[in-house]
Design a protein around this ligand. Structure first.
Ligand code: HEM
Length: 437
């Protein structure tokens, strides 16, 4: 990547989208973020300029450049937060399967009445409530309680607000506008929920369990020997609470949507589940045999990567693709854009799990596909998420067929995560008495 400075393109030549004076590409980006990114990459190429008001960003979509930023030269690129990675090793994940299947079964029991009455449900919300219960139970040994839906909505509002705050000036966030008030209220709801979990654990003391929460409470600074402050614990709990459920829920919601649009794929999943599991509750030993189910989830994460945008800021000047990246500049890496590059993915808009058949990935660059990021900041929950999502798909398939309520327009809404909007309404039909596909 190193070249003599004289060979570099002058930076004003970084190609990009045409923009308006002062605001640049901000109006298009706010209205249609995904389409704007795709257009920037298709027209601008591997390194494309996007101007959001006074800030200039570069969008990278070439897998080699993504690898450079996330992996090879990662020390030169910073992102804001994250201290918990040491605490959630991969081995730990396996012991959560049972807690997951218990919660999934609980949700499926709750669907019985709707199935009998032919009533619809929003699977996007159902998946959020489920993954929320699972993360709270496995990581913090707690129960979400009756406020699950309120907390879920608060996370959605907070995420959308954080996203907006990335592009609007600070003073606007301080105005007494309804959107700002909603954001503050959402943060308060989340804070109360997290506070309740911590308070409860403090009350129980040692008997609370040996989960992530107790590790956080007991962790001591190697040099000072001090434990974490309440604020630090609350921040860590909030990060895991959010990162640990929202993305998995969104992935599952899209999986149900895509499966409902591809009956042949759905039939193959159902056949695999029936062959591998029959009626038995799945355990970790079954996961390696649910190959096709996993391929469906991999392909879902290609088309709708819940973390659709990753950003990094350059510490020192760098060079990427022949362009100079000045120190302090922020780069956009978008799995959504790279996952839809026509040179890497034939028919990129098509839903085709075969792309992830065991041998078909040979020859694809590592960073042609990175729904969980990569390098040292690779998602610490990737195994947890894939295990959870596979168990959910398998267990739902064992008991129900989900039919999409006709006449819905479902769109990808990239605020925080890539949520399907306005939800995914489906009608569950019980399949345990008769064998239906
Ligand atoms: C399908 C589900 C998931 C997706 C698509 C996803 C995606 C990602 C991505 C792309 C990153 C890297 C962000 C960056 O480089 O800036 C990340 C980081 C992270 N993820 Fe996930 N994630 C998922 C599930 C989970 C789960 C279940 C947990 C917790 C149990 C989790 C916890 C985290 C944490 C704590 C980080 C920050 C790690 C660090 O900065 O070192 N994620 N995730």
């Amino acid at each position: 990547m190193q070249q003599a400075a004289s060979k570099l393109q002058p930076n004003n030549e970084v190609p990009g989208l045409k923009g308006l004076p002062l605001v640049g590409n901000l109006p298009q980006f706010q209205r249609h973020p995904l389409a704007t990114l795709i257009k920037a990459a298709r027209e601008g190429g591997d390194v494309a300029r996007i101007d959001l008001a006074s800030q200039r960003y570069y969008l990278l979509s070439n897998p080699d450049h993504v690898r450079h930023v996330l992996q090879d030269n990662n020390k030169n690129y910073v992102k804001g937060y994250g201290k918990v990675r040491v605490l959630l090793g991969n081995g730990l994940v396996l012991r959560f399967a049972e807690a997951m299947t218990e919660e999934i079964a609980r949700m499926l029991d709750g669907w019985e009445a709707r199935a009998t009455g032919g009533r619809k449900l929003d699977v996007a919300m159902e998946m959020t409530l489920l993954t929320q219960r699972i993360i709270v139970k496995t990581m913090f040994g707690a129960d979400v309680g009756a406020k699950g839906e309120r907390i879920a909505c608060a996370f959605e509002t907070a995420l959308a607000g954080i996203d907006t705050r990335f592009v609007i000036p600070l003073w606007m966030t301080r105005l007494p506008l309804p959107a700002n008030r909603r954001f503050e209220k959402a943060l308060q709801t989340i804070d109360e929920a997290v506070h309740r979990i911590i308070r409860e654990r403090r009350r129980k003391g040692q008997e609370g369990g040996d989960d992530l929460l107790s590790m956080l409470m007991e962790a001591r600074d190697e040099e000072t020997g001090e434990t974490m402050s309440d604020r630090q614990i609350r921040d860590e709990v909030t990060t895991i609470y959010l990162a640990g459920h929202e993305t998995t829920a969104v992935t599952l919601a899209w999986a149900w949507y895509l499966l409902s649009k591809s009956p042949d794929v759905a039939r193959r999943v159902r056949e695999e589940v029936s062959r591998v599991l029959g009626d038995k509750t799945p355990g970790i030993e079954d996961l390696p045999n649910l190959t096709y189910t996993r391929m469906v989830l991999d392909e879902t994460l290609r088309l709708y990567p819940a973390a659709w945008m990753i950003s990094r800021t350059a510490v020192e000047e760098d060079e990427i693709g022949g362009y100079r990246i000045p120190a302090g500049h922020t780069l956009f890496l978008s799995p959504y854009v790279t996952h839809r590059r026509t040179d890497l993915w034939p028919n990129p808009e098509g839903f085709d799990p075969e792309r992830f058949a065991p041998e078909s990935g040979n020859g694809r660059p590592r960073f042609a596909y990175y729904p969980f990021g990569g390098g040292p900041r690779l998602c610490i929950g990737n195994n947890f998420a894939l295990m959870e999502a596979t168990l959910v798909v398998a267990m739902v398939m064992q008991r129900y067929r989900l039919d999409l309520v006709p006449g819905q327009t479902v769109k990808a809404h990239p605020k925080g995560t890539l949520r399907p909007r306005p939800g995914v309404w489906m009608t569950p039909h019980s399949t345990t008495s008769t064998t239906t596909i």
